[in-house]
Design a protein around this ligand. Sequence first.
Ligand SMILES: Cc1ncc(COP(=O)(O)O)c(C=O)c1O
Length: 390
Amino acid sequence: MKQFQQAEALTRLPEQFFAKLVGKVTAVAAQGHDIINLGQGNPDQPTPPHIVAALQEAALNTQYHKYSPFRGYDFLKEAVAQYYKREFGVGLDPLKEVAVLFGGKAGLVEISQCILNKGDLALVPDPGYPDYWSGLAMAEAEMCMMPLRAENDFLPDYSEVSKEDAERAKLMFLNYPNNPTAGVATIPFFEETLAFAQQHDILVVHDFAYGAIAFDGDRPVSFLQVPGAKEQGIEIYTMSKTYNMAGWRVGFAIGNESVIESINLLQDHFYVSLFPAVQNAAAKALLGPQDCVEHLVDMYENRRDVFISGLKKIGWDVTAPKGSFFCWLPVPSGFTSESFADYLLEHAHVVVAPGIGFGKEGDGYVRAGLLTDENRLKEAVDRIAKLKLF
Ligand SMILES: Cc1ncc(COP(=O)(O)O)c(C=O)c1O
């Protein structure tokens, strides 16, 4: 086949580390082994039935078969504003401070193209969600890594950012509850973030993908809860995890009006917003009964308790996550994160994600997702116990 050369922008994209993992898992599964896959971040539960029913009904509305307004229906942005008021006490102008996204991922990649020029610097958490790197690579921006370490509760230490980098940085990515470390933020941390960002004129992009998932009676905090944060940053929210709507591709950017305008402007050229029936059902999800979210969080908490207590019982020194649906597990000595993940796959047929895939600082850990039922999690613990590693 004739090969057309890729544009340079595409050749800059980082390697999809986890595509390699999928290849290894497929090879072991092909040998007929029963694999317990804790390596991915795909919610295992279905979308709540009332949201699916809302889509079914909306799909019959012929008005919704036409193009959406370019920037999405106002009713959806109004629902987002009501959601933020109800859940976080944050007031928003729905028409100026909310942009509709094709999932959080789209916004997280687009934001670098909206704000950064070639050679600009962004502060990036290490370990962190790899999609931040993709947008930065497309924009030809540079990265300054902010290590997230256990001793700092997986929060960045801004005093470690050099004066030069702080001055050069135009944008900072944060993500709490955090993927992959499961660290959670506090209001004092976000106040410190805001002060640092104001001092150095940095746009804060807070990825709030796990904004509904915290345990032990806690609620995740929104960056926008801090007075003044809405001026200095945006938050990226998604329906994927809160309502098990990962396949629906609905997300929002919320916050600074000029940044929201830039995202909308870019998207005016790429899309004509989401299928209107999806927008209608998404609005109903945000405004409707929320007991489905409570049940979901309880379910993850029960899974966490089973898995973490099981791992502790076999002598693995692990910490229970406070939020997200991930466990960030230290790798036993003698292994790298990748060699340990390979070992578990080969000898226990348990898949975990090697921490190195999230950045250099992740290499001492593997990530396990609580995305299978309690019996399978117990089975995973039993299989790991048999390896007598601890
Ligand atoms: C940290 C983080 N941010 C963003 C996303 C993107 O979610 P979506 O594109 O489904 O909204 C994910 C999904 O796994 C995630 O883990």
